[in-house]
Design a protein around this ligand. Sequence first.
Ligand code: HEC
Length: 195
Amino acid sequence: MKLIKLASIGVVGLLALLLLAPSAQIKAAAASNGPKAAPAIDANGNLHVPIGYRTSYQFLGSWAVASAPDKNPGETHVVYASPGTIEAYRKDGRFPDGSVLVKEVLEASTEKMTTGTVSRAQKLKGWFVMVKESKDTHPENALWGDGWAWAWFNPSDPSKTTSMDYRVNCITCHIPAKSTDWIYVQGYPPLKATR
Ligand code: HEC
């Protein structure tokens, strides 16, 4: 009898935890105004893919990398920004410290649909994550520099990057966007639109 009681208290406790934990998280997210770097970096400056970004982040834009016959199926890239980034950018024309950008790389599937030849997201290939940090707070870390923290994550491990050095792995490809703080802002209508 006692055991059953204890067990049922355990179940109730577990249920309460399950029910309370997400609502506490939602409250915490709602209470924070402006971008927060915390969800994408730990105290040592190590990056990870922010948990729950698909629901809590803002949609910035998407890119389609055309498929090449007999070569690759193409990709779609979907870019998200941490809450508050869009508002701050519209106001000041720059990404405030703490802004987190997440770019999903998805293998595309292309087929004829009633609208034409259409590519859609098929399979996640990984994530690029950047965190704005203009103060150069982690000079010892080879993934931090030029105003950002930079990292790539394979689908198998969103909490541990495989990137070694942003100067080798990232920045050369972002030189065309240097004048816009290394970000390809032309692909993100929400940074401009006022509606
Ligand atoms: C092969 C060239 C290339 C490499 C290597 C590369 N990028 Fe990019 N990146 C781009 C281009 C081009 C875009 C925008 C168009 C697209 O997604 O196809 C982009 C977009 C992004 C975005 C979305 C925001 C933006 O700048 O528009 C993030 C975040 C990003 N890259 C992070 C990284 C990080 C972090 C690394 C290194 C780990 C990296 N990239 C390496 C070319 C590259």
